[in-house]
Design a protein around this ligand. Structure first.
Ligand code: FBP
Ligand code: MG
Ligand code: MG
Length: 340
């Protein structure tokens, strides 16, 4: 079979009426920016890109040099094309409108420029996550409030994993597709069309060090997985935790599995609502996973049904193989019912 490039795929999607020319350009621009990020990540110590930037982001987290570099690459690439009204990022408190000197478009782009920051310095996979929304009509200057749309309204979502190979995964709501970067040619080439996540799995991903802080239904669910063949589930489960959501989700899209970042007492004690960010981590990943036949909830409701109230809002994240996500969500709702 002849290789299908990302550009060719985007043309096909336009012909099928799944996207318009502006969204196609937006994806091309994001993919090009991610190729530049891949080069920076790949240079590592030789490019002087490792280590801390010496600044904190809006969430009070120490920024790595690559967090800042990746954010700048994405902003610069997207400023001029006429395909966007504004960008919002994990690394910026407020959205950045397209400068007045450039034409404005109809789309809003949200991104986590570098996901898995703690893995940068140890040469483990990191990534970029993005989500695309439509800017409401008649908005002269897009502000945070215009981004506050539930995940169900996303027009596109994707991520790029910078691992042994650089891989882009994309959805427009018509299946989830994977492209691998051909470094010699410099283009993304379709490597899997219409990815499917198996409904059942025997592999889970969670940061077990938080176990004692979890809510009772989470303790119960993971306890049953750990009990394996001897417990109520009657089968053994394996565990993986990369600590880069992109890499953990990519494994799930490759061989099935589930990923959990539940609420815990450490988070709630600080008034928090989760660890992962709704608008540029949870929503795009939920869209990608659901389009591949998986499920994505907060443990209580579908992630993409959550009405955002702020740009950097955090939510618990349960996603992956359907049967497990349904079971874990059922335990939470059952516990809520018993309490209420
Ligand atoms: O430090 P922990 O608890 O293992 O958390 C890891 C999680 O945090 C994240 O790194 C958060 O993303 P950022 O690196 O973009 O802040 C996820 O990718 C990952 O799943
Ligand atoms: Mg992240
Ligand atoms: Mg990040």
């Amino acid at each position: 079979m002849k290789p299908v490039s990302l550009i060719q795929f985007l043309i096909e999607e336009r012909r099928a009426g799944h996207i318009n020319a502006e969204l196609s350009l937006l994806i091309e621009v994001v993919a090009r920016a991610c190729k530049r990020i891949a080069v920076a990540v790949n240079k590592g110590a030789l490019g002087g890109v490792l280590g801390n930037a010496g600044t904190d982001n809006v969430q009070g987290e120490a920024q790595k040099k690559l967090d800042v570099i990746s954010n700048e690459i994405l902003l610069e690439a997207n400023a001029w094309g006429g395909h966007l009204a504004a960008c919002a990022s994990e690394e910026m408190e407020d959205p950045q409108p397209i400068p007045d000197m450039y034409p404005k478009g109809q789309h809003l782009l949200l991104f986590d420029p570098l996901d898995g920051s703690s893995n940068i310095d140890v040469n483990v996979s990191v990534g970029t996550i993005f989500s695309v929304l439509r800017c409401p009509d008649d908005v002269a200057e897009a502000k945070a409030e215009h981004f506050l749309q539930p995940g169900i309204t996303q027009l596109a979502a994707g991520y790029v994993v910078y691992g042994p190979s650089t891989v882009l995964v994309l959805t427009f709501g018509h299946g989830t597709h994977e492209f691998t970067l051909d470094r010699e040619v410099g283009s993304f080439v379709l490597s899997r069309r219409d990815i499917r996540i198996p409904e059942a799995t025997a592999e889970f991903a969670i940061n077990m060090s938080n176990q004692r802080h979890w809510e009772a239904p989470m303790q119960r669910y993971i306890g049953e997985l750990l009990a394996g063949k001897d417990g109520p589930r009657g089968k053994d489960f394996n565990m993986r935790w990369v600590a880069s959501m992109v890499a953990d989700v990519h494994r799930i899209l490759t061989r099935g599995g589930v990923f959990y970042y539940p609420l815990d007492a450490k988070i709630t004690a600080k008034g928090g609502t989760g660890k992962l960010r709704l608008m540029y981590e949870a929503n795009p990943m939920a869209f990608i996973v659901e389009q591949a036949g998986g499920a994505a909830t907060t443990g209580r409701e579908p992630i993409m049904g959550v009405q955002p109230t702020s740009l950097h809002q955090r939510v618990p994240v349960f996603l992956g193989s359907k049967q497990e996500i349904e079971q874990a969500t059922h335990y939470h709702l059952q516990a809520d019912g018993a309490q209420g």
